[in-house]
Write a new protein. Structure first.
Length: 361
């Protein structure tokens, strides 16, 4: 393995768990909590200002680079050092049946059962017809009788896997476009994404196609991305810090959506640069376990983070700025710890069973 390949592999490995933590933080937004007759994310006042901006930065700004970066990494790895043809395409599709589709089905089945139990415990057991519709929707857009239809599957965080699988089906077209017109098609998608002019439909996400395509462009460069250097990493990190702070405090006013998207575009390379430096430190065995548990923690938290928030808010009512921050920090710590523990338990089962929930990771 070349030195570049080693750095690349170490960087991606180092990124996996922190990016999952970021996704958990996104779903830990406490804006729907009422304290003293007001939402905690209402315009900040007095003692609540620090808690407001702290939660905004760590749920709505900093971790928003995580999902786009996962798409970019997926696109990069799909095409990196590969002569893409029909044989390679079929092989990669077969591989993703095990790494994406099977765990997607299993976790959404768990999500369906949780929803069914919740409805029956509330005395609202669905009829046979409703049950069939609910089961079918669990794998694309969940429909809960009496509650409407979501744009997410039963395990809502797996919308990423759903949209990624759709993009993978279109990789021959994406490859042909990039080979013919270089980065132009991806740049066009980027303009549409940055302008916010095309909405993301379930399974047809412009976000997924753009960032997957961006990663693919880098992989399909003549040097396969080997020519990319991290010498400007510090400048990127400083630029991202400034833009992310501006996004947090809404300095741009009506243009804040563009500042937010600019932060994502700057934050992705800044994050990669930071991870490449961190990987040189060679994290220990404890970090290896966290990395291995990443997918399990990701799928697990989507099913239980809502209940974890309710329980912790009941145990420690967030009626002061300090208690609110304790709840805000405590929920992801508890849910991630439970997910890692669940992964450790799952590894005691036969590997063939564990792979159904981890994709062999």
């Amino acid at each position: 393995m070349t030195a570049h390949n080693t750095i690349l592999s170490d960087t991606i490995r180092v990124l996996r768990f922190p990016l999952i933590v970021g996704v958990v933080l996104i779903h830990n937004n406490l804006c729907d909590i009422m304290v003293g007759g007001r939402h905690v994310c209402a315009p900040p006042e007095g003692d609540w200002a620090f808690a407001h901006y702290f939660m905004t930065y760590f749920s709505d700004v900093l971790p928003r680079i995580c999902v786009p970066l996962f798409f970019a990494i997926s696109g990069y790895l799909f095409f990196y050092r590969t002569t893409f043809d029909n044989r390679v395409y079929r092989r990669k599709l077969a591989s993703r049946l095990h790494t994406l589709l099977l765990p997607y089905v299993m976790w959404n089945m768990v999500g369906f059962l949780i929803q069914l139990i919740r409805l029956c415990m509330a005395g609202r057991c669905p009829s046979a017809g409703e049950l069939v519709g609910m089961l079918a929707g669990s794998f694309w857009t969940l429909h809960v009788p009496g509650e409407g239809t979501s744009s997410m599957p039963a395990d809502f965080v797996l919308w990423f896997v759903r949209d990624l699988m759709v993009v993978v089906l279109f990789t021959p077209l994406l490859h042909a476009l990039i080979r013919r017109w270089k980065a132009l098609p991806v740049a066009a998608m980027g303009v549409l994404w940055f302008g916010g002019w095309v909405p993301d439909w379930p399974g047809a996400s412009l976000t997924a196609f753009f960032f997957f395509g961006a990663g693919a462009c880098v992989a399909l460069m003549p040097a396969g991305g080997d020519g990319l250097r991290l010498s400007r990493g510090r400048l990127l990190m400083i630029a991202y810090l400034f833009v992310s702070v501006a996004d947090t405090f809404d300095w741009a006013g009506a243009a804040d959506d563009y500042v937010h998207r600019l932060g994502i575009l700057l934050g992705i390379p800044a994050c990669v640069c930071f991870a490449s430096r961190w990987s040189a430190l060679r994290p220990g065995r404890w970090f290896a376990l966290l990395t291995q548990s990443s997918f399990f923690v990701y799928a697990f938290h989507g099913l239980f983070i809502g209940n974890a928030r309710k329980v912790l808010c009941h145990v420690l009512p967030p009626d002061t700025p300090l208690s609110l921050l304790v709840v805000y920090v405590g929920v992801p710590v508890l849910i991630i710890a439970a997910g890692v523990a669940g992964y450790v338990v799952l590894r005691r089962f036969p590997p063939s069973f564990a792979r159904l929930f981890t994709g062999g990771r």
